[in-house]
Design a protein around this ligand. Structure first.
Ligand code: SF4
Length: 63
């Protein structure tokens, strides 16, 4: 499960560029996370990259 701290997220879309199947921005420029896509093993590497690349360190795996 992937967790985003929306108090930190500034909706800059970096994670959307890295893992577009998991992260998206809605019409109000708010970040949306697809929990079902986040569960797929093929998206794990992209999520790891998004976690590493988030300039606000707002994304983490929830264990
Ligand atoms: S990269 Fe981080 S700050 Fe940017 S939209 Fe994604 S979670 Fe938010």
């Amino acid at each position: 499960m992937v967790e985003v701290d929306f108090d930190l997220c500034e909706s800059n879309g970096v994670c959307v560029g890295v893992a577009p199947d998991v992260f998206d921005l809605n019409e109000r420029d708010e970040l949306v996370v697809s929990d079902s896509a986040a569960e797929l093993p093929e998206n794990k590497d992209a999520i790891d990259e998004a976690i590493a690349g988030c300039p606000r360190a707002a994304i983490r795996w929830r264990t």
